[in-house]
Design a binder for this molecule. Structure first.
Ligand code: C2E
Ligand code: CA
Ligand code: CA
Ligand code: CA
Length: 280
């Protein structure tokens, strides 16, 4: 409070410095994360909009830094993108998701299609589709058992290029979802060209349903209509309240995901709560 001006600047310097130190720690930690067992995947169920039945799961990356503790994927993934570490990290996610799916299969548990998030830089890496198909094949799985999620803003940034990349993935049998839909600026022509399987309505719209106004509901209804017209399924994420789920069901939303139904959870918990055993 004293010497507000000067201290203001000094505070700014200090926090900039702290920020830089944190980024360096994250960057250094990531160098060994793939080998040292500090990474893991959590799984969040995707449920049928009407019946609530399990129809899939989204893999969400978790990282416990030895000193910083749990770091949000939003933070460490953007660091990994800037430091050129995203390739290795993203490959680990695909490999681990396939290993887990294989393990469930081998133990006679019911399995579901797993959705994996791809970061903007990652999907532009040449050869990613071959790497992914190779990992899936080596695990003895089909590419149809894995799908990928890319954000609307990433997909539309260079829509021509995205169209080509998605075509390549589709040729290998992989499906896609457009994530965080409604927050970017979609070209309807490209949305049709992408030929993705799912649109995921951004949580923002789902949570806005709470305010009770007519608008969020009308926007969601319009997205669902659009998606169905284009032959896509709609997933609503961030469903936290029964009233939200109620509106989504009334509007014919195909799948729902959110804390109301289940939080992202470690594999062992996901098995217990969501997968049934074919073998006793
Ligand atoms: P996202 O793909 O949009 O994932 C949804 C986020 O919402 C997840 O946060 C999830 O835990 C959270 N969530 C799920 N249900 C609810 C709910 O009912 N309410 C609220 N408030 N939140 C809910 P998380 O796990 O922290 O992941 C954040 C973001 O990090 C993801 O957003 C995704 O963009 C990125 N991410 C996570 N794992 C990976 C990964 O393996 N690779 C890449 N490239 N990005 C990842
Ligand atoms: Ca996602
Ligand atoms: Ca999302
Ligand atoms: Ca998001």
């Amino acid at each position: 409070a004293k010497e507000a001006g000067r201290n203001g600047y000094r505070c700014y310097d200090v926090s900039m410095r702290e920020r830089a130190v944190r980024v360096l720690k994250i960057q250094r930690g990531l160098q060994t994360a793939v080998e040292d067992g500090s990474l893991s995947l959590h799984f969040q169920p995707k449920h049928h909009g009407d019946t609530g039945a399990l129809v899939g799961a989204e893999a969400l990356l978790r990282w416990c830094h030895p000193e910083l503790g749990a770091v949000s994927p939003l933070e460490f993934i953007s660091v990994a993108e800037r430091s050129g570490q995203i390739g290795r990290l993203g490959e680990w996610v695909i490999r681990e998701a396939c290993r887990q799916l294989r393990d469930w299969h081998d133990r006679g548990l019911s399995t579901v299609r797993i959705a994996i998030n791809l970061s903007p830089l990652q999907i532009q890496q040449p050869g990613l589709v071959e790497v992914a198909a190779g990992i899936v094949g080596a695990a003895g799985l089909q590419t149809s058992q894995i799908m990928f999620e890319v954000t609307e803003s990433m997909a539309m940034r260079d829509a021509e290029r995205t169209t080509a990349i998605l075509r390549d993935f589709r040729a290998h049998g992989f499906d896609f979802a457009i994530d965080d839909f409604g927050t970017g600026y979609s070209s309807l022509a490209y949305l049709q060209k992408f030929q993705v399987r799912q649109l995921k309505i951004d949580q923002f719209f789902v949570q806005a349903l709470d305010e009770g106004g007519h608008e969020p509901r009308a926007i969601i209804a319009a997205i669902i209509d659009l998606a169905h017209t284009l032959g896509m399924e709609v997933v609503a994420e961030g469903v936290e309240k029964p009233a939200q789920a109620e509106v989504l069901r009334a509007l014919g939303c195909d799948q729902v995901q959110g804390y109301l139904l289940a939080r992202p959870m470690p594999a062992a918990e996901f098995e217990r709560c969501c997968l049934s055993g074919e073998v006793a």
